[in-house]
Design a protein around this ligand. Structure first.
Ligand SMILES: [Zn+2]
Length: 183
């Protein structure tokens, strides 16, 4: 797909942003410069390849910034998240019967797209899901927590949306000119 074709698609990841901002993004796309923009700012990859490393990364943030929140039982990559629930991450309280009492534990699931994403985006989604252990809603207190853990949180969230947009455009690949009955 050409940059111009890509720029004419709806920007579903950027729904919440102003028309002016969306226009600027379309311009970057039309000039095929979105990838370059991201590459320049987010060249650093990460080594968090599996659930064990992911739990470790989440615990490091939690222990540093959110010591008082309840323990995390599980943190895992989940390949079905984006497809089934259109979520990039989830934070859930899971109740289990242990002996004769009910024990609540917390689980964080992160969409597998983050396994290969730049380091800063993985951090951003972990920060987001960890903040939900204190605030369920996306309210002011929630975003204050996010900024506490990642001062450039809003920029990261915006650039993550650009990254997802970029991936999607790349995924659709070059436009094929289809002729004949086998299309
Ligand atoms: Zn959320």
């Amino acid at each position: 797909m050409s940059g111009e074709e890509a720029a004419s698609l709806p920007l579903k990841y950027l729904d919440g942003y102003s028309a002016t901002v969306q226009e600027q993004v379309r311009e970057l796309m039309a000039q095929n410069r979105l990838g370059e923009y991201l590459q320049r700012r987010y060249a650093e990859a990460h080594e968090v390849r599996n659930d064990k490393a992911l739990l470790q990364a989440a615990l490091e943030l939690k222990n540093r910034y959110l010591r008082s929140t309840p323990p995390l039982a599980k943190v895992m990559y989940d390949g079905r998240l984006q497809v089934l629930s259109h979520a990039l991450g989830t934070h859930t309280v899971v109740s289990r019967v242990q002996g004769n009492r009910l024990k609540a534990t917390r689980e964080i699931r992160i969409a597998t797209v983050f396994r290969d994403a730049p380091a800063e985006f993985l951090k951003m989604i972990l920060v987001h899901e960890l903040a939900h252990s204190k605030e369920r809603e996306h309210n002011k207190a929630f975003y204050q927590l996010c900024i506490h853990m990642a001062p450039n949180y809003f920029q990261l969230e915006f650039d993550l949306r650009l990254y997802l947009t970029h991936l999607e455009v790349q995924h659709q690949g070059p436009t094929k000119t289809l002729t004949g009955p086998n299309r």
